[in-house]
Structures are given as structure tokens and as C-alpha cells.
Design a protein. Structure first.
Length: 395
């Protein structure tokens, strides 16, 4: 069965998270990802714990469906080999600080001369233009600068970093989207192009109602805990044995919620009849709906709310997420068998196709595992020539 991106060849110069996440998406969809790593050291993420038999679980979770080749891009012969590979590739992805590839003599202008149809995707902290372009960045830095920390955390509390590396992950997602759009354009025009994605830009792009609220009201949004800033009720409630998240996103759901919790009188209460009124009178409303929620267990409320069609769910810890029947039914936790680490559970592929589903075809590669294979396959090199270049520290 064909995969959606089968036949697409990607030269992957990325490391750590944002770039590898983007290329993992492409690999899951069938692209041939050739991960080009520094000799000896490899991707920095190989040195991040936790470890399983000296193999990084962090690295393994982000680099499946890739082949690894080591190549010294500071060595003249290493550069020459890379340029030969570019001629036969569809996409180059890198997440170096802007200017790094140009210093190596391998920037987009050079690569596009060699292969005009090449798609060159660059993910960086601040992008390839603007006053911050050359500054270094990591996830926590762009979460801070991009505003998301300022609206995350308990009400009245300090700004809080989102628990997942959302600065990197969103950049990886937008990079993959940009690459796919450029591929579609190339199918129409035959021409490649540069895709420039900044982590900071991506944080601004996902601020959604925070920017809308500020622009309209002039009030600077602050952390509000788990309550939605514009919809009521849209937050967790304490139950007799835990908490449950309830999201009544419109007036019909509000009325249904009132009936489920036995507070039908609130439906016609002039203070709460519409969502704007519920927001305006939130402090009065909250105890009226929170107190009844304490009378039943989370499981009991989940059953009753489901019957009424009201979106709800328990606040699962990670151990519960990986055992959730819906998550398992959708194959979102899968087991891989790494040649060194052995069996390991990892997230599955979230995009489901009816005809050409993605597939985890291979586990994360060992450093340089496929160097000889790729050079023979892509550049028609023989074992003698490869060994000679190894002796010269090209690989």
C-alpha cells in the first residue's frame, strides 16, 4: 500500500525537537528521511534522558522512520557529498541559527542553484529576518517572549510554562505544513522555494482569543487558571473523588447542564441566561453549579453528562492516558522494538487516512547506522571509497 509521501526524499539536518518533529511527521507519512548527523556526537537529543540501555528515549520518541548518516559538513569532501545528495533530494530541512548554513557555503541560494526544485525549510527561534534573527532560542524562551506564559497559570499566580514543549512542537507542525504547501506548489510550477518558520511567530499565531480580547477591550490578559476566559461553564469541577472538566460551549448545553446537576431554576435566571451574562456574573454563578458537582463521583458525572451530550472528561495523568480505551482504539500508543533499547511505547500517528495510512516503518536509527547504505544507494559509491573517506574523518 502506498504512503502519502512515498517517493519524497528529505535531507534532514535538524536536531533536538522542532526540526526533528517536523521531519518525523513527514517520515510517518512515507517520506524517506535521511538524517544527517555530526560524526561521533550526533543529534544533541541523543544525550537527553531518560535512557534505556544507553539509548535516549527522548531521541527515540522523535526520530522514528528515519535513516542516519554521519557527515562532517565542515570538511570540504563532506560538503561536496552533501551537495551531490541535494541534487537527488526533494527537501532539505534544517534548524540551525540563521546564517549557519551560509557560513558553511550551503545556504538556500547555493542549494537552489544546484537543484532549482529543492524545497528548503528552515526552522529557527526568530526566523531569517528581523532584528532578533541571529539570537539563540529554546522552547522556554519563546514561550516567555511569545506571550503564552503570561496567560498560563493559576489566577493571580505567576506566568507558567506550558508543560509540553509547545514552542518547539508548534514550530515543527507549521514547518511540516509549510513543506507540504511548497510541495503542492512545486507540483504545479516545478519550482522549489524556501520555507522560513520562526518559533516566536508560531507562538503568536496560536494566541487566538488572547490577542482578540486585548485588541477589543484594551485589557492585558492574565493567567486565569483552568477557566475559559470567554465561555461559562468551561472549566474543571471538584467531584466526590476527584475533578472533571466540563465544557458547556453554548446556551443549549448550559440548559442541559443545569438539568443534569438538578439546578433547572438557573436556566431562566436573568443573571445567567446568556453566555455574556454568565461571564459577567461568574462569581455569583460558580458556587451555585460547583456545589452540586461534589455530590457524585467523576465517573457518575461522566456517565450523566455523556447521556446529555455535554462535553466532559476526567483530568487524566499520563499513566491513565496511555491506557485510555479511546487512545488505544485509535492506535495512539504503539509499541516499537528498538535494536538496542528493546520494546518501547511511543505515541502513534495522529493523522488517519482512509486509503493511504501513515506507518511506523522503522525505529529511531543508531548514530550513522545507514551511512554506507545511503552512500551506495544515493551516490553509487563503493565500499572502498566509503572506507577511504571514513579514514579522512568525513563521516
Amino acid at each position: 500500500m502506498n504512503l502519502p509521501l512515498e517517493g519524497i526524499k528529505v535531507l534532514d539536518l535538524t536536531r533536538v525537537l522542532a526540526g526533528p518533529y517536523a521531519t518525523m511527521i513527514l517520515g510517518d507519512l512515507g517520506a524517506d528521511i535521511i538524517k544527517i548527523e555530526m560524526p561521533v556526537k550526533g543529534d544533541d537529543a541523543r544525550h537527553f534522558g531518560p535512557y534505556v540501555k544507553d539509548e535516549s528515549a527522548y531521541f527515540m520518541s522523535l526520530n522514528r522512520n528515519k535513516r542516519s548518516i554521519t557527515l562532517n559538513l565542515k570538511h570540504q569532501k563532506g560538503k561536496e557529498l552533501f551537495l551531490k545528495m541535494v541534487k537527488k533530494a526533494d527537501i532539505v530541512v534544517e534548524n540551525y541559527r540563521p546564517g549557519t548554513m551560509e557560513k558553511l557555503g550551503l545556504g538556500y541560494d547555493v542549494l537552489s542553484e544546484i537543484n532549482p526544485s529543492i524545497i528548503y525549510a528552515a526552522t529557527s527561534g526568530y526566523g531569517h529576518t528581523g532584528p532578533y534573527s541571529k539570537r539563540a532560542a529554546y522552547d522556554a524562551v519563546v514561550q516567555a517572549m511569545g506571550g503564552i506564559m503570561s496567560i498560563t497559570g493559576e489566577k493571580g499566580g505567576k506566568p507558567t510554562r506550558v508543560g509540553s514543549s509547545i514552542g518547539d512542537i508548534t514550530a515543527g507542525l507549521f514547518t511540516a505544513i509549510g513543506i507540504l504547501a511548497a510541495l503542492n506548489n512545486r507540483n504545479q510550477t516545478g519550482k522549489g522555494q524556501k520555507v522560513d518558520v520562526a518559533m516566536l511567530d508560531c507562538q503568536v499565531a496560536i494566541l487566538e482569543n488572547a490577542i482578540a480580547r486585548y485588541v477589543v477591550t484594551g485589557e492585558v490578559p492574565k493567567p486565569g487558571g483552568n477557566r475559559h476566559p470567554s465561555i461559562v461553564p468551561f472549566e474543571p469541577f471538584e467531584t466526590s473523588n476527584g475533578e472533571i472538566m466540563v465544557a458547556a460551549g453554548n446556551d443549549a448545553l448550559w440548559a442541559a447542564f443545569c438539568k443534569v446537576i438538578g439546578r433547572e431554576e438557573l436556566i431562566e435566571d436573568e443573571r445567567f441566561k446568556t453566555n455574556p451574562l454568565r461571564n459577567e456574573n461568574y462569581d455569583e454563578l460558580r458556587p451555585l453549579i460547583a456545589d452540586p458537582m461534589k455530590e457524585k463521583t467523576t465517573e457518575e458525572w461522566q456517565h450523566l453528562l455523556d447521556q446529555a451530550g455535554i462535553p466532559n472528561g476526567p483530568i487524566n495523568t499520563i499513566d491513565k492516558v496511555i491506557e485510555d480505551p479511546q487512545v488505544l482504539a485509535r492506535e495512539m500508543i504503539v509499541e516499537i522494538d528498538h535494536p538496542v533499547a528493546g520494546k518501547l511505547k511511543v505515541p502513534g500517528i495522529p493523522i488517519k487516512f482512509s486509503r493511504t495510512p501513515g506507518k511506523i516503518r522503522r525505529t529511531a536509527p543508531l548514530l550513522g547506522e545507514h551511512t554506507d547504505e545511503i552512500l551506495k544507494e544515493l551516490l553509487d559509491m563503493d565500499s572502498e571509497e566509503i572506507q577511504r573517506l571514513k579514514n579522512e574523518n568525513v563521516f
